[in-house]
Ligand binder design. Sequence first.
Ligand code: SF4
Length: 348
Amino acid sequence: MLLEIDRVSVRYATPRGVLNAVEQVSVGVARGETLGLVGESGCGKSSLGKVIVRLIEPAEGTIRLDGADLGQLTRAQWLPWRRRMQMVFQDPLSALDPRKTVRRTLTLPLEVHRIGSSAERRERVDALLHQVGLAASLADRLPHELSGGQRQRVNIARALSLDPDVLICDEPVSALDVSLQAQVLNLLSDLQRERALTSLFISHDLAAVGYLADRIAVMYLGQIVEVLPRDELWQHAAHPYTQLLIESIPTRGVPLPPTSSAELPSPFAPPRGCRFQQRCPHAMPVCRETPPQLTTVGTTHVVACHLYGGGEAAAGPVTKTIALPGRHGAAQAEPAVEPWQAESTRSV
Ligand code: SF4
């Protein structure tokens, strides 16, 4: 794996107490692969993206790039590694300096990393604009003079300017109009193919993740509950939460049962046992007591659920293949926007 996330936890100190946003997450991204990370708002997926690029520090765990433990690097040693991992943020306007033109925004990272002469930087910026589908005439514009889609293209161009090994896209289209979302998704898809990018695509939108990713990791309340290849998503999703996400995609046209009145779990005090138990139509007594562990159910498919023997992994790695039951209907649930997101937070 080019990027390895090994038992990483992220905690925030909030006025309500310590919040475990990410708990003991392990996942890797192979060179040239796009891993989709999907889950509802507040599940910890953006925190995981930020901890990878060291915008926040992990409470525990290791992040390795090309075998190097990034947590062991000093700030000075980090700069050349920082160049190898770039991030595209959700809000294209706030991610840009309102006083800098497009050309200045794209030139600055090259200057900081002392790449090329002045003429070479100019050429490189022109090439980047072309690559992300922006006219050269936009180079002298300020962010407020651009459309939302154009701003996000500038952000993508800036992230690509340093020729990174890994691109982390955190909800890159969710702030855009629906008409612009498809354009930016197509651009990312083209860039992945042309540049053989290794990327982590973070989104609450399973349809977008299913379109772009080679493999998909599903997160629920700070933990990964399923990882599976894109080709298996629609027919062989195993975890009840993944199945709920699929059923909730509006374009599938499946009539949904009324929203469950079950109490949504709090990230400050997650339930003992399976964290999905309050919303799961298959919850069993064991689910109330024992947290399910990730269990292998296919060559590259793992799921954390007692329906698939998820308790056995606690005693050691499970390697047997387990037959998957058929899909089922699932209750609609509103995205869980957690109250802590509106409060002041700091990582601990
Ligand atoms: Fe549902 Fe139990 Fe599986 Fe959790 S472990 S998803 S509660 S069946």
